[in-house]
Design a binder for this molecule. Structure first.
Ligand SMILES: *Cc1c(COP(=O)(O)O)cnc(C)c1O
Length: 389
């Protein structure tokens, strides 16, 4: 159904097959070399930006240390992520507490460990920051209504209306904090580059009105993640994102561009993982059913949670793929006794007719939001094992 070479080079594929052939399934293999290339490409496409890797996308130690050595900063969402990156010798200057939903005592925990940059989107949280992290830099997350074109939206739950963002930045100053900037996230796997245009225009407006009316000069705009990995639905290439977004910034800010921060997750690591599963059973629900059910040992509870609502559609290669092989429609399901554990039913994948138990499925582009989205022991199935290549 898919042309493997649209997603992965022959040499990377051969190296992967060689590396993974004896590994128990299900598993994920992460190609660190490719993460490095993706990082360099992003850095070179946005030479004026600071990069804060969103750790949640793939918190594997080898991933974090690689990005550490390449000079990345890190966007941290919990004290557990914080402990991890600190234990990997990353200085707290390189960290931002980007989660707007946090306990007062966790703010203190971050502050005590040396973190001085905090995201917020509410009065309640801002007061907690002022109390527990005095004088820190705060940036306010704006709510965007442009997330319909994102495959995995991050709207509604985070951010506040720009009018409220304004009030919060004034309040931050009045509470003795440093009003540092504005952030937004256009939605993960955002396929409409125009989403950044709207957000940058809003940020520009906030930026100038705060300066004119309150004498507050912000330093930074954090433009989120949202940059794409390669799934089934096509996107523009990163270069196009970079040239368009750079143009929006120039149109709105001219020579006076603030410090730009990016918080990529998916676009750095998504393309760098391959999840291998094994077919457990192929069956039909009645004698004349046209569709086969393919049950295999990876599912919603061990790595494939982003198939919720069939949001993310991974390219799938099978060990039976060969030129001219006959294919038919399937419903793809996981191994657990939960009927929600179905990955794709509306969207019809076509897999080889001769697929049978023991064959392998290779889920490409599974480097982001997979391994640590696995549940611990639902139905006794262990979380996915990750290997680094
Ligand atoms: C998850 C997240 C990101 C990463 O987004 P991607 O679309 O995966 O690049 C960045 N910033 C924040 C605040 C996030 O929550």
């Amino acid at each position: 159904m898919f042309n493997r070479s649209d997603f992965i080079s022959d040499s990377d594929w051969n190296r992967f097959i060689d590396f993974s052939k004896d590994l128990e399934t299900p598993n994920i293999v992460i190609n660190l070399h490719q993460i490095k290339q993706n990082y360099i490409k992003l850095r070179d496409s946005f030479p004026y930006a600071q990069i804060y890797y969103a750790v949640k996308a793939n918190p594997g130690d080898p991933v974090i240390t690689l990005l550490r050595d390449l000079g990345s900063n890190f966007d941290i969402a919990s004290r557990y992520e914080l402990d991890k990156v600190l234990s990997l010798d990353i200085h707290p200057d390189r960290l931002s507490y980007g989660n707007t939903i946090k306990k007062a005592r966790d703010i203190k925990y971050f502050y005590d460990k040396g973190v001085r940059m905090f995201a917020t989107d509410s009065k309640e949280d801002l007061k907690n920051i002022a109390e527990n992290a005095p004088k820190s830099r705060v940036y306010v997350r704006m709510l965007l209504d442009t997330t319909e074109t994102a495959d995995w939206p991050l709207s509604r739950k985070f951010g506040c209306h720009p009018d409220m963002a304004y009030d919060l930045l004034v309040m931050a100053r009045d509470l003795g904090l440093t009003p540092y900037g504005i952030s937004f996230h256009p939605g993960s796997q955002q396929r409409d580059i125009g989403a950044w245009n709207d957000a940058i225009a809003k940020a520009r407006y906030l930026y100038s009105s705060l300066e004119e009316e309150e004498g507050i000069r912000l330093t930074m705009i954090n433009m989120g993640g949202g940059f794409p990995a390669h799934y089934i639905n096509p996107t523009n290439e990163l270069e196009t994102y970079a040239s368009e977004i750079t143009r929006y910034l120039q149109d709105d800010f001219g020579e006076e561009s603030p410090l730009i921060v990016l918080e990529p997750g998916r676009s750095l690591v998504g393309d760098c993982g391959i999840l291998t599963s094994e077919v457990v059973m192929v069956s039909r629900k009645n004698n004349t059913a046209l569709q086969r059910w393919v049950y295999q040992d990876a599912g919603k509870f061990n790595g494939l949670i982003e198939t919720l609502d069939e949001s993310i559609k991974y390219p799938i290669i099978t060990s039976k793929d060969e030129p001219g092989v006959k294919e038919g429609e399937v419903i793809l399901a996981g191994p657990t006794c939960d009927s929600a554990d179905i990955m794709y039913e509306d969207f019809k994948y076509k897999l080889p007719i001769n697929l049978k138990a023991g064959d392998k499925l290779f889920w490409l582009t599974t480097g982001a939001y997979t391994s640590t989205y696995a549940s611990v022991a639902f139905n006794g199935f262990p979380p996915l094992k990750t290997y680094y290549m």
